[in-house]
Design a protein around this ligand. Structure first.
Ligand code: ADP
Ligand code: MG
Length: 363
């Protein structure tokens, strides 16, 4: 089943106690796609979601569904229950005095749009992998099972738009991955438009067709996970998605000096302060050269030598922190597998220049 339901937030502004929480926010949630609102705690994600739901009213701005205005201050405000929206929040709160079947059936009361056949509670339980749980009570279920029931209840209203606020954060990692993947698959399958809030970049990248990165009440960059990761707008966007190394430098003759030799920086004014960003996995340890010992020579643009400060194994990879000989800067390199050189071991590093980002430094 595919639906054609879309939501638009246009120039949304919201303050609490004279402090701006959401500012000039524009966001489109297209039909059948998963959009993630990603950002640090306190940046205004939940407020935005609550405005989309109609639980909170914006000070300025418009909310549209399928191009029709449904909320604008002093003009109109369609209440939440008329928006054909499913909710799933972090504290999913099942009714403790109702069994599983009754909890799910509560969601049917919200099903005002009868254009699709709706599922029975038995079918919904099958869908979430809890067939046979009809008569159980919430307190006898594990966190993961309760979460699945909450999901069944959320989709029982046959929403065409699902709004989810950190819905998996109460679960431990393995269960979270499993339930998240199943949930997203089910929603995609139903063609539901999804807006999901998270503060975890990895989770957003796993789920989203489109990520909207939010900071201090504003969306600072939007795009497909691949694009936002590989074309960050600035160093703080890059840093939100992974550990980064920052090489600070000044442009001279169209280039800057780095521990790895000159780095060409076209488009930057002479004398500007720039930062070259490189992720740890794009710094390579040159084992051949390292084998030649401390007397190997450095040429322009070739590997640079540093000494190991710390090395740590963190599961899939090892992180090695080095102090560079040339300027004393500290850089982090990551390599797959186990590699734990002793402190003070000299190593040669090279930088994947095609994976660097150069930004003008704000001073
Ligand atoms: P996030 O979900 O990104 O963590 P929120 O939208 O919950 O952020 O909150 C953003 C800011 O707005 C926070 O500083 C929070 O304290 C404040 N805030 C949220 N709701 C209210 C409210 N009802 N009254 C006053 N301040 C609020
Ligand atoms: Mg929140």
């Amino acid at each position: 089943m595919k639906t054609n339901y879309s939501l638009e937030l246009i120039n949304i502004n919201k303050s609490f106690d004279n402090s701006k929480v959401v500012e000039n926010l524009n966001l489109s949630i297209p039909p059948g796609k998963v959009t993630c609102l990603l950002g640090p705690s306190g940046c205004g994600k939940s407020t935005t979601l609550r405005i989309a739901a109609g639980l909170e009213q914006q000070d300025y701005g418009k909310v549209k569904i399928n191009g029709n205005l449904i909320s604008e201050p002093n003009v109109c405000h369609l209440p939440p229950e008329k928006r054909n929206i499913g909710f799933m929040f972090q504290d999913f709160a099942l009714f403790p005095h109702l069994n599983v079947k009754k909890n799910i059936e509560f969601g049917f009361t919200n099903n005002r749009y009868k254009q699709y056949d709706h599922f029975s509670s038995d079918e919904l339980l099958k869908k979430v992998g809890l067939d046979g749980f009809q008569k159980k009570y919430p307190h006898t279920l594990s966190g993961g099972e309760q979460q699945r029931i909450a999901l069944a209840r959320a989709i029982s209203g046959m929403p065409m738009l699902m709004l989810m606020d950190e819905p998996f954060s109460g679960l431990d990692k393995r269960l979270r991955d499993e339930i998240r993947d199943e949930t997203i698959e089910m929603l995609r399958d139903q063609g539901v438009a999804v807006l999901i809030v998270t503060h975890e970049p990895e989770e957003a990248m796993k789920m989203a067709d489109n990520i909207a990165l939010m900071k201090n009440g504003k969306i600072i960059q939007q795009g497909a996970p691949y694009n936002i990761y590989n074309k960050p707008l600035n160093s703080s966007v890059a840093a939100f998605f992974s550990d980064i190394n920052i090489l600070n430098s000044i442009v001279k003759d169209g280039r800057t000096d780095t521990p790895f030799g000159p780095f060409i920086t076209p488009g930057f004014k002479e004398g500007s302060y720039v930062e070259i960003i490189i992720r740890p996995q794009h710094l390579k340890i040159d084992f051949d050269r390292s084998g030649k010992g401390p007397n190997a020579t450095v040429q322009d643009g070739v590997p640079a030598r540093g000494k190991v400060c710390i090395s740590r194994f963190i599961g899939k990879e090892s992180i090695i922190e080095l102090k560079m000989e040339k300027d004393g800067s500290k850089l982090k390199a990551s390599i797959p597998g186990v590699f734990l050189p002793d402190p003070e071991t000299p190593l040669w590093l090279s930088m994947r220049r095609d994976r660097c980002f150069v930004f003008l430094k704000n001073i």
